[in-house]
Design a protein around this ligand. Structure first.
Ligand SMILES: Cc1cc2nc3c(=O)[nH]c(=O)nc-3n(C[C@H](O)[C@H](O)[C@H](O)COP(=O)(O)OP(=O)(O)OC[C@H]3O[C@@H](n4cnc5c(N)ncnc54)[C@H](O)[C@@H]3O)c2cc1C
Ligand SMILES: Cc1cc2nc3c(=O)[nH]c(=O)nc-3n(C[C@H](O)[C@H](O)[C@H](O)COP(=O)(O)O)c2cc1C
Length: 783
């Protein structure tokens, strides 16, 4: 077998090693355009888990790598004169140059041919090769040559960065967030061998320009960085080696394989440096390729298996990298945060590290985070314990004169079970049991302001006395039997009205018994949906009156709070999104115009809703569709409602148009809440695929939302909050007297359950290299 590998970086060399070990008879050649000891960059990082993998696949190179690495356990965050150190991270750094020399040496030992100063231009010369590995890096010539086949997507990120080195010793992975007269600069720094550290500097494009970095040489810009970070460098120089300022390219390729050619490493996909995974991904690609070659009979099958099997893992890492890089791009959102909360945000930015996880390995840090959170609550005028505070989820929140006992919320969810808009026994049990379950706040389902305002025939409403009495019964039950507050969500279905019950076909038009629907513009949701009537002024007045009457009925029912539903493509949302509003009057065109009618309704409601009771608005912070609402619009929308007196923005997304492309994932809408909260400076509630109380605490403690709503998790678990209270020992949670024995039992048992859980987590941790360093330096046995 003949294998040609283009590119002698980590991906090319490691794949040569693993393939040669597997097939000693194969003729494997690596072609590298540089000289053998030319290398750009300084250090690379590997986690303990990645090193476990290297050990398994090639012990000799693993041992040589680990003989020279620098190991650290802590992450240190420097911000506004403070430093927070968090342990238990287990990373090692090694020199990129040493890594490549080790891999070259190992490849030679095994009989791989390495040809340097061989710039491959035409891979036709490998026509006789059985396999051609394209490991030619981020600017891959061969990926670009077959661009139509591989379909790479290159997303050039906005921040500028430069890779430098220093002799400054570091005993932790170090983030420095530095205020300057031009704007914020960030250093990501770590040691990779004795007396050598990598320094990646990052800043936004405006600060980059203001700092005059654009025209500077490498040396001059290093001097500028040395001046900014001089206080920390303590006289150590900054070193340069191709340290030009660049924008990071996030690369994703639709295909990785063409005939017998396969893309590996940066050539196929990149991961932002802030999660330190570029070299790891490249070497793990090599592992995946060699595994596939071992398991399958033909090259074709192996390449298919490599591509199919590896993609999910790479995309997961890229997703984490995306989330992380976006955090750094928007660091100004957190610039006025309390430093400990800021540090918590840095630690948890990519979702893998959470509140519980940090509690296990850095309990003192989390205790400081909890205290800072409790102090903010105290500053709101609430008398909470700041010495021994409860977890953020169980901190109260005040909105106007309504105080919530905790920050877990039952998200509004249509039950499609009302008869002529009247909520029945199902609703009483549904809302009642979730209140007893301990949530701080419950939202009603979208409650429609008129018969023709309903989404489906099963939707609840509040336009007549019978409905008012039925809702009052529910509100009274909640107030009498729980400490929960209940918020009425009022809405109008607009063009999504007269559709089937969720389980019969969501948003599909009713075949019989429908009614006329209204919208901002006459655009049907599905091509076969009813064409809505474009609202004229009279229709607007009628809808406004219906909203006002429903709000007055809501007050009569005793609801604690009122939410105006302006999301998910319903009537008011259809005015806000340019995808559903093509009007040419004062209610269409600019965002200001598109917001006019929803704001008119909001103001009319605010005028009749008691001043001591809060109001929220639900928005779709993005339409997930070209030409639609994006996060920056959501900030403007939130500001406009805040000026009109909104107390909380309920940040949801999408459902505006049927051909949207949402990017789902854990907590996938939280970034929008974070943006709205910290740019518009208004309290927010986030929601969307948040399933654990650990996530709730992580979001709150990082200042990404003020309340966290859970929809589907509450459908199957009314006692979500009570269980979480037991986990976090929030003893004060209200429990109705008849249920107290259950509360006592779960609080008692959870102490042991949590200990078991923590023990399991500790056992599952990969071994740390600190312990293994001695082992790795033992003399090598013949391999
Ligand atoms: C300037 C620079 C500095 C970096 N510094 C660091 C750092 O300090 N720490 C870190 O963790 N990561 C660093 N990275 C990123 C990291 O190197 C990559 O994520 C990782 O090396 C990917 O491995 P790879 O094998 O896919 O690609 P590369 O390491 O880029 O290897 C590709 C190789 O292919 C060769 N090549 C390209 N085209 C041809 C051709 N036509 N013919 C022959 N050979 C060819 C290149 O010379 C190169 O050696 C740096 C990247 C760059 C560009
Ligand atoms: C069955 C069901 C009905 C819903 N009805 C409403 C509704 O009436 N009003 C509303 O604003 N959102 C509604 N939603 C959206 C939820 O409030 C929530 O935003 C969404 O389910 C995402 O949160 P989750 O991942 O925690 O479920 C509904 C969701 C579900 C699952």
């Amino acid at each position: 077998m003949k294998i040609a590998i283009i590119g002698g970086g980590p991906a090319g060399l490691y794949s040569a090693i693993l393939l040669k070990k597997q097939r000693p008879e194969a003729e494997i050649t690596v072609y590298e355009r540089n000289r053998s000891d030319d290398t750009f960059g300084f250090g690379v990082v590997f986690s303990d888990a990645t090193l476990d993998n290297f050990e398994k696949y090639d012990s000799p190179s693993y041992r040589r790598i680990t003989q020279e690495f620098a190991y650290w356990d802590d992450i240190a965050v420097h911000f506004r004169g403070t430093v927070h150190r968090v342990g238990g991270n287990g990373f090692c750094g090694c020199s990129r140059r040493r890594l490549l020399l080790i891999l070259q040496e190992r490849a030679r030992e095994l009989g791989v041919t390495l040809i340097f100063e061989a710039d491959v231009d035409d891979e036709a010369r490998f026509a006789d090769a059985d396999l051609v590995v394209l490991a030619d890096g981020v600017n891959s010539r061969f990926r670009d040559r077959y661009v139509e086949h591989f379909q790479p997507e290159v997303d050039l990120r906005s921040n500028m960065f430069a890779w430098m080195g220093s002799t400054r010793p570091l005993d932790a992975f170090t983030f420095i967030f530095q205020e300057t007269e031009w704007g914020p600069f960030i250093a990501h720094a770590y040691q990779y061998e004795a007396g050598r550290s990598t320094w990646i500097f990052e800043t936004d494009p405006e600060t980059f320009q203001r700092a005059g970095l654009a025209g500077l040489s490498e040396k001059q810009s290093a001097d500028r960085m040395a001046a900014i970070f001089g206080w920390f460098l303590e006289g150590h120089p900054l070193l340069i080696n191709r340290s030009m300022w660049r924008n990071f390219p996030m690369i994703r390729s639709k295909r990785w394989v063409k005939d017998n050619r396969v893309l590996l490493g940066d050539a196929k996909a990149t991961a932002h440096f802030s999660i330190g995974s570029g070299t790891k991904l490249a070497m793990e690609d090599a592992i995946a390729l060699s595994d596939a070659m071992l398991r399958t009979p033909t090259i074709e099958a192996a390449l298919k298996q490599y591509e199919d099997g590896r993609r999910e893992e790479v995309e997961k890492t890229q997703h984490a990298a995306d989330v992380s890089l976006v955090w750094f791009e928007h660091v100004d959102r957190f610039w006025d945060f309390d430093p400990v909360q800021f540090a918590f945000g840095v630690m948890t930015r990519a979702k893998a590290i959470t509140y519980d996880n940090l509690t296990l390995r850095a309990p003192d840090f989390v205790s400081e985070v909890d205290k800072a959170f409790a102090k903010q609550v105290r500053a709101q005028g609430l008398d909470v314990d700041i010495e021994k505070p409860v977890a953020p989820m169980f901190q109260p929140l005040r909105l106007r004169e309504m105080t919530l006992a905790n920050r877990a919320v039952v998200s509004p969810m249509c039950m499609y079970s009302a008869k002529e808009g009247v909520p029945g026994d199902f609703h009483l049990v549904h809302y009642g049991s979730r209140a007893i379950g301990g949530a701080g706040l419950i939202f009603t389902e979208m409650t429609c302001v008129g018969r023709d305002a309903r989404i489906t025939p099963g939707c609840a409403g509040l336009w007549n006395d019978e409905q008012e009495a039925a809702w009052r019964r529910i509100v009274d039950f909640v107030h009498a039997n729980s400490a929960t507050r209940i918020c009425l969500q009022l809405g109008h279905a607009g063009r999504k009205g007269a559709t089937k019950l969720m389980w019969d076909g969501m948003d599909r038009p009713l075949e019989q018994g429908g009614w006329d629907v209204l919208s901002a513009s006459p655009i049907p949701y599905y091509p076969d949906s009813q064409v809505p009537r474009e609202m004229d002024r009279a229709a607007m007045e009628a809808v406004k009156a219906a909203f006002v009457q429903a709000a007055q009925r809501g007050e009569a029912c005793g609801f604690d709070m009122l939410e105006l539903h302006c999301a998910h493509g319903y009537l008011l949302a259809s005015f806000i999104s340019p995808l559903t509003n093509t009007r040419t009057d004062a209610y269409g065109g600019s965002l200001e115009n598109r917001l006019r009618f929803p704001l008119e309704i909001f103001e009319a409601l605010r005028a009749v809703w008691p001043a001591h009771k809060p109001m929220s608005v639900r928005i779709s912070a993005t339409d997930w569709a070209d030409g639609g609402i994006v996060g920056d619009d959501a900030v403007l929308i939130a500001r406009a409602f805040a000026e009109a007196g909104v107390d909380l923005v309920d940040v949801s997304t999408g459902q505006t148009v049927r051909d949207s492309r949402p990017v789902y994932g854990r907590m996938f809408q939280t970034p929008f809440s974070e943006q709205v909260r910290n740019e518009a400076r208004v309290a927010t509630m986030c929601v969307g695929n948040i399933t654990t109380s650990d996530q709730v605490n992580t979001i709150l403690a990082a200042g990404r939302a003020d309340l966290v709503a859970l929809g589907r998790p509450h459908l199957i678990d009314p006692s979500f909050t009570m269980k979480a209270a037991a986990w976090y020992r929030a003893e004060d949670i209200f429990c109705p007297p008849p249920y107290l024995p259950g509360k006592e039992q779960i609080f008692r048992n959870t102490v042991r359950d949590r200990q078991d859980f923590d023990d399991l987590k500790i056992k599952a941790k990969p071994k740390t290299r600190a312990e293994l360093k001695a082992e790795a330096t033992k003399p090598l046995a013949a391999e």
